[in-house]
Write a protein that binds this ligand. Structure first.
Ligand SMILES: [Zn+2]
Ligand SMILES: [Zn+2]
Length: 265
């Protein structure tokens, strides 16, 4: 069985020819595989930025999520610094992109990838509207129709400048973020599922972006040490333990405090 996008599509269409519920469910699976195959193929276009071994660690939903970061919108250049405040580094370089023209819209991809997935479960969690044979058939036909053209189109070269990339200071894997999303949300998240480190995006008047790990510094409790441990904010809670990066002294978070004061007008 070959899992390339065209073979998946061909099998889906063959299954649709006899519209029985079991055939349609298999067709939904084939169409989902087709979307996955298309997604990985597109991501391979970024292989200079996303190494193959990293790509292989992504489960399809992460791959789809990653691909959404590449959605071409804006056309700005950015200089990116990653990591903790004191260690600036790695300005993002412009990268080449295969396929500025993407006829398979990424919003479409996410929506139908999830919807097709919901068809693969037991009836109790079916999307009720798609439980009906005729409705399901019609839905799958629509997906096939939407997929047909992108599958046939040849990818053309171009340049994309709306993606920022930097190395995650926590796991060392490349982080890729859509520049426009970054502007709006002021936040980037490492897409490595084992990491998920969060970065705050500072944007100055000139549009320059500085990314900073969302972390809090804790000074070493030892009198003779000036080490500071940076702990990611999302991991902070009473009871967690950490070591001083300088002397190795173990610490434990004992309590939390919120500071506040009147707003000055
Ligand atoms: Zn990371
Ligand atoms: Zn220390």
């Amino acid at each position: 069985m070959t899992l390339d996008k065209r073979s998946c599509m061909a099998r889906a269409q063959a299954l649709m020819a006899e519209a029985k519920i079991e055939n349609l469910k298999y067709a939904a699976l084939e169409l989902r595989l087709c979307i996955e195959s298309q997604t990985y193929e597109k991501l391979r276009a970024f292989s200079s930025m996303v190494p193959e071994d990293v790509l292989r660690t992504w489960q399809p939903p992460q791959a789809v999520k990653m691909l959404l970061e590449f959605e071409p919108h804006a056309d700005q250049t950015f200089t990116i610094y990653a990591g903790l405040e004191e260690e600036y580094g790695k300005p993002a370089k412009e990268m080449s992109f295969v396929g500025t023209h993407s006829s398979l819209r990424l919003g479409w991809l996410r929506k139908h990838y999830n919807k097709l997935g919901s068809l693969l479960h037991a009836p109790a969690v079916y999307e009720p509207r798609l439980h009906n044979l005729a409705t399901l058939k019609q839905y799958l036909e629509e997906v096939i129709e939407d997929l047909k053209e992108p599958l046939e189109s040849t990818i053309t070269g171009g340049a994309i400048r709306n993606v920022v990339n930097f190395t995650c200071s926590e796991c060392g894997k490349p982080v890729i973020a859509n520049a426009e999303t970054l502007r709006k949300k002021r936040k980037a998240i490492c897409l490595n599922p084992q990491c998920k480190a969060e970065y705050y995006a500072n944007i100055d008047e000139t549009g320059q972006v500085t990314l900073q790990l969302m972390a809090t510094g804790f000074e070493c409790a030892s009198e003779s040490c000036d080490g500071v441990a940076q702990i990611e904010n999302r991991k902070l809670e009473v009871g967690i333990e950490f070591s001083c990066p300088k002397c190795g002294l173990r610490h434990q978070i004992a309590h939390r405090e919120w500071g506040y004061g009147p707003i000055e007008k």
